[in-house]
Ligand binder design. Structure first.
Ligand code: ZN
Length: 164
C-alpha cells in the first residue's frame, strides 16, 4: 500500500489530456492499487491518474465506501436528466462549488484485466463518473461552477444529499 501525492490545481499535469492504456503492466497495477489507497486515505469518492501525476486514462470511484470501480479508458456513451449539487475535488482542497450535471450516465470502460464492461450510474455515482472523466481530458469541475467556488463540503454531506 502506498499513498501518492495528490496534485493541486495550478499543477500543469491536471490540464493535460491523459493517454489510453493499451497493455496492463505490473507498474500500472501498482498505480491502480496506489490510486485506490490514496482515494480512501483522502476520504474522496473518486480519483483520476493525472491527480497523482500519471497521464493515463484510469479512474477509481467509490461513492458509498464499499462499491469500488476501476475504469480504464472510460467513455461516456449516454447521459440523461439533470441534477444540481455541491461538488468537490481532491485537487481543489477544502473547496466546493455548485455544479449542474446529468443525473444519469452510462460509461463504457475496461476493467483491470482490460476486459470491457459498462457501468450505469445515477445521482452521486453519475456525478463522480462525469467529474473523473473530465480529469482525463485536463478539466476541473471549477470550470463550470455556478456562483463561484466556496467553502468546504465534506463527503458525508455529499452522501447525505444523495439520500434525501
Ligand atoms: Zn476531481
Amino acid at each position: 500500500m502506498a499513498i501518492r501525492n495528490v496534485r493541486i490545481m495550478g499543477d500543469e499535469v491536471l490540464t493535460k489530456r491523459c493517454k489510453e492504456v493499451t497493455i496492463m503492466t505490473p507498474r500500472i497495477k501498482t498505480l491502480i492499487d496506489d490510486m485506490i489507497d490514496t482515494m480512501y486515505e483522502a476520504n474522496g469518492v473518486g480519483l483520476a491518474a493525472c491527480q497523482v501525476g500519471v497521464l493515463k486514462r484510469i479512474v477509481v470511484i467509490d461513492t458509498t465506501g464499499d462499491e469500488l470501480y476501476v475504469l480504464i479508458n472510460p467513455e461516456i456513451v449516454a447521459t440523461d436528466g439533470e441534477q444540481e449539487g455541491y461538488e468537490g475535488c481532491l485537487s481543489v482542497p477544502d473547496k466546493s462549488g455548485w455544479v449542474k450535471r446529468p443525473n444519469y450516465v452510462k460509461v463504457k470502460a475496461l476493467d483491470e484485466n482490460l476486459k470491457p464492461f459498462e457501468l450505469e450510474g445515477e445521482g452521486l455515482l453519475a456525478r463522480a463518473i462525469l467529474h473523473e472523466c473530465e480529469h482525463l481530458d485536463g478539466h476541473l469541475y471549477v470550470e463550470h461552477v455556478n456562483g463561484g467556488v466556496n467553502g468546504l463540503v465534506n463527503n458525508d454531506q455529499l452522501r447525505e444529499e444523495e439520500d434525501e
